[in-house]
Design a protein. Structure first.
Length: 277
């Protein structure tokens, strides 16, 4: 007997501990709302490759940094590509889905991004600063991130090919723009730089959205949730901090009920579109 409703495998790690956030609460909420329309099963990212054959689509949500289960993640990507599985987010992202190389690429292309280099001999290309941020090319959730005085940066970078260097920017605040497929949904900002995850709704201007959409268009992810993280630089301009295209945390608890409902409706529509593709 054929299944009456589309079957979705929802990939999440409900036990993952993130600083300042409760990933599990967000996924419990989203899964409960998606079940109104889809037959849904939750699984850990380590189990996804073995289970995906039984489902019409796979939704990758708050599954934590893939470095913790790299072999399983690679097996999932390979298996999904082999059988043409519909995956949300689409596995063609060029940003955090592949590490932090995109920060170098966007810097070289002249995009409004915090300037980034990965070699000690290129440090002179960065703006002068008292301190610099050194972080792993494949890092996530600030793991391995260090702030280093200017005089010690060459030593900190050394010959390590897996580290990126950026000037430490004295920004006014951070702001995040959230998109479902290419459709803007909402924005949140952290008014206090020392409290990154104390987020409040933000009224994005036309210029703000033009900024964010440049990165969404660059990334060419047709099916997926993306979060554009930026900081407001001292000159008033926005600079990209991160383009999260793998499993962006959505901070839905910072939204009021109508905004959460609107996001769920947009996600359902996007999944229907993916299943019909």
């Amino acid at each position: 007997m054929p299944f009456a409703r589309p079957r979705i495998l929802y990939v999440t790690d409900l036990a993952y501990q993130a600083r300042g956030r409760r990933y599990c609460d967000e996924d419990i909420f989203l899964a409960s709302r998606l079940r109104d329309e889809f037959d849904l099963a939750l699984c850990h990212p380590r189990d996804a490759a073995a289970l995906l054959d039984a489902f019409d689509a796979v939704v990758v949500r708050n599954s934590g940094p893939v470095q913790r289960y790299k072999d399983a993640y690679d097996a999932f990507r390979e298996r999904a590509a082999e059988r043409g599985t519909r995956v949300y987010n689409q596995l063609t992202g060029r940003a955090d889905m592949l590490g932090k190389q995109y920060l170098l690429d966007l810097t070289a292309a002249g995009f409004p991004v915090i300037p980034t280099v990965d070699r000690a001999e290129d440090l002179h290309l960065l703006p002068a600063a008292d301190e610099y941020v050194v972080k792993p090319r494949l890092g996530a959730d600030s793991a391995g991130l260090r702030t280093v005085p200017a005089a010690r940066v060459p030593e900190a970078v050394g010959g390590a090919p897996d580290l990126l260097v950026q000037p430490r920017v004295d920004f006014a605040y951070e702001v995040s723009f959230y998109f479902v497929d290419h459709d803007y949904q909402y924005a949140l900002h952290a008014p206090h730089p020392d409290r990154r995850w104390r987020l409040e709704p933000y009224d994005a201007t036309v210029a703000d959205l033009d900024f964010a959409r440049r990165f969404i268009e660059w990334n060419r992810v047709d099916h997926g949730i993306q979060r554009v993280d930026a900081c407001r630089a001292p000159d008033g301009e926005l600079l990209l901090v991160e383009l999260e295209d793998l499993n962006p945390y959505l901070s839905l608890d910072a939204l009021d009920e109508p905004a959460r409902d609107a996001f769920v409706a947009a996600l359902r529509t996007a999944l229907r579109r993916l299943l019909a593709a």
